[in-house]
Ligand binder design. Structure first.
Ligand code: ADP
Ligand code: MG
Length: 601
């Protein structure tokens, strides 16, 4: 092939550019919603078919588009929102790049009907694969209706990347949630395949809106916060430390009304919560951060979910200080030791800030975000023993079958005692065995639940008092979609009006546990599960959550009878070398290891 240089055709250029803005149906929905709000609409209707994969329709009551401009709206870099580069630094609208409509039109079929305020009639334009198919005047109400169909029909390579309908629907719901949170004054009604799935009325009270969007279970644990640092203003709601989730998916940050993902703010949140929340647990929070528009650059990425701050350190401090001020209620009895402690932590606090800032600069330096939770603690590799390579066997599913050390029978070991109310110490001939009681019990319960589920015998146990779960509309949809998997995992749920579900059964091995203890984490797992295709994986993860909640905790003194029972169970449990999350359950030090430690060899 001859490599001649040639300028790409307009169609190809548009399709390539579309890749940055239009990744999946949810990104189309986002652009349409933002356009509607930029047009001053306060009443939005959204209809999705097949999670947005088949069609997306957005109806607004905004100011509309004049008939002689409607074709222009679909030209690249055509926008009514800015005129010069300087305007980018005073942006008050979501859009300004003039890219969304041409991008969407290049990868789908778009029908737009619009009538500007006061105009005598409206107009209608149809585009397919970027070409105008028809354009005419038409009678219609004021406002704009955009319908997008045949998404990615012209770009099969992209179509292949679409996930399941339920995953795409979940992504659309997430977009709707973000818009609904940031625009409490906008009424929003959403249907999916003709069924209404969300209705939020106008309001001026953000808590009222959050209760509708996040569900009662979550919002009832939330408190208002407010903070000020220089010209930065932070307000919003956060969960009290007694409520937490297993992942950080409940973080919603809005900078001047725009939803952003930001590693720096996430880090600041964890710093603020560090003293009051357990390790690897995360709050739910909604932050509205107002900064002078000239202090934030929103033009970092076409999808605009990343921003760059002029003074990242002030943002960081504002977030940490606001959270700490709200949560750090120190009981009088601990005041003295707290103050003594503070001097030390002050230093490390500043170190952490420095570290976060360094990382942040890296992140926004142009490459993709590479932020990873540095605090994530890998288990210290033992000197010897079963846990040889934490990297190659992180998943319970990928473990080789069978018991790793057949000769090790826990019931024959001599129990020596407990260390830190967490680790059980045994001796057995020439071995010293250290067992993590929580990890061990977790694996035992996990295998029990899994085998009970396979046999179905006595698996499902009806709850005496069914538990009602008040979910957010988005969570509710996920649950309905995942209902079969949940039922398979022993959890029978039925719709209970609104966005509530009633929990009727739990897996037998967990019958003595209050559902309250594991439901929040189960919710988190189901929501995360929407993104993975394999149902088996989700089911196993549900078992893992339940096993973890049902297992005896660390920092819990065990009687020797209990240790004995645990050992007997361990002997009958396959894969007992690791917990369901892949952490080691026990370490073995052979006499030769001890000899090395004592420098005898
Ligand atoms: P941008 O939003 O970045 O300006 P878009 O391609 O999304 O670019 O839209 C192009 C233009 O079309 C907008 O600047 C706006 O004038 C007009 N427009 C798009 N959608 C609507 C709508 N729902 N109501 C009124 N005007 C709209
Ligand atoms: Mg736009």
């Amino acid at each position: 092939m001859e490599n001649k240089i040639a300028v790409l055709s307009r169609d190809v250029a548009n399709q390539i550019a579309a890749g940055e803005v239009v990744e999946r149906p949810a990104s189309i929905l986002k652009e349409l919603l933002e356009n509607a709000i930029d047009a001053g609409a306060d009443d939005l209707g959204v209809d999705l078919e097949q999670g947005g994969c088949k069609s997306i329709r957005v109806v607004d009551n905004g100011r509309g588009i004049a008939a002689d401009e409607i074709g222009l709206a679909f030209q690249r870099h055509a926008t009514s929102k800015i005129q010069s580069v300087d305007d980018i630094f005073h942006i008050v609208t979501y859009g300004f790049r003039g890219e969304a409509l041409p991008s969407v039109a290049s990868v789908a079929r778009v029908e737009m009907t619009s009538r500007s305020r006061g105009a005598l009639s409206g107009c209608r334009i149809v585009l397919d694969g970027g070409r105008i198919e028809s354009q005419q005047d038409i009678g219609c109400p004021e406002g704009t209706v955009v319908k997008v169909t045949h998404i990615f029909d012209h770009v099969p390579a992209r179509k292949k990347f679409l996930k399941s309908v339920s995953a795409e629907q979940a992504a659309c719901m997430e977009m709707l949630v973000r818009i609904a949170m940031s625009q409490p004054a906008v009424r929003l009604i959403v249907t999916s395949n003709g069924r209404e799935i969300l209705r939020v009325p106008h309001t001026t009270d953000i808590s009222e809106r959050l209760a509708l969007i996040l569900g009662e279970d979550t919002s009832s644990h939330m408190i208002r916060i407010e903070g000020l640092k220089g010209e930065i203003r932070l307000h919003g709601l956060i969960t009290r430390p007694d409520y937490s989730r297993a992942n950080a998916k409940g973080y919603y940050f809005f900078i001047n009304g725009r939803f952003v993902k930001d590693a720096l703010i996430s880090h600041a949140v964890m710093t603020g919560y560090r003293r009051v929340i357990a390790e690897k647990r995360y709050p739910v929070l909604v932050f509205f951060i107002e900064v002078p528009p000239e202090d934030v650059d929103v033009n970092v990425h076409p999808a605009k979910t990343e921003v760059r701050f002029r003074n990242p350190r002030d943002i960081y401090d504002c977030v940490v200080e606001t959270i700490v001020a709200k949560l750090a209620v120190v009981p009088e009895s601990e005041r003295a030791s707290y103050d003594a402690h503070r001097e030390q932590t002050e230093v490390s606090y500043h170190q952490r800030v420095e570290e976060a800032l360094k990382r942040y600069t890296l992140v926004t330096g142009g490459s993709r975000p590479t932020y990873a939770h540095r605090d994530e603690r890998r288990p210290e590799p033992p000197l010897m023993g079963l846990w040889r390579d934490p990297v190659s066997r992180p998943e319970a599913e990928s473990l080789p079958g069978g018991l790793p050390e057949q000769s090790l029978r826990f019931s024959t070991l001599a129990y020596l005692g407990q260390v830190g109310a967490t680790y059980l110490i045994f001796s057995g001939g020439d071995k010293l065995v250290v067992m993590d009681q929580h990890a061990a019990h977790e694996r035992i319960l996990f295998e029990k639940i899994r085998s009970a589920a396979q046999k179905h015998a006595g698996f499902r146990q009806a709850l005496l008092v069914p538990e009602v779960l008040s979910l957010s509309p988005a969570e509710y949809e996920q649950f309905i979609q995942s209902r079969d998997i949940l039922a398979d995992a022993g959890i029978d749920m039925e719709p209970f009006g609104g966005h509530s579900l009633v929990l009727k059964t739990v897996p037998g091995p967990l019958a003595n546990l209050s559902p309250k203890q594991f439901l929040p984490d189960l919710v988190g797992e189901v929501l995360a599960g929407g993104k993975t295709a394999s149902t088996l994986a989700l089911k196993e993860r549900l078992f893992a959550v339940m096993a973890c909640k049902g297992a005896v905790k660390a920092n819990h003194t065990l009687a020797s009878e209990e240790v004995k029972a645990l050992c007997a169970e361990m002997d009958n449990t396959p894969f007992n070398a690791t917990c369901p999350h892949g952490r080691p359950v026990y370490l073995i030090y052979h006499q030769t290891d001890l000899e090395k430690l004592f420098k005898r060899t």
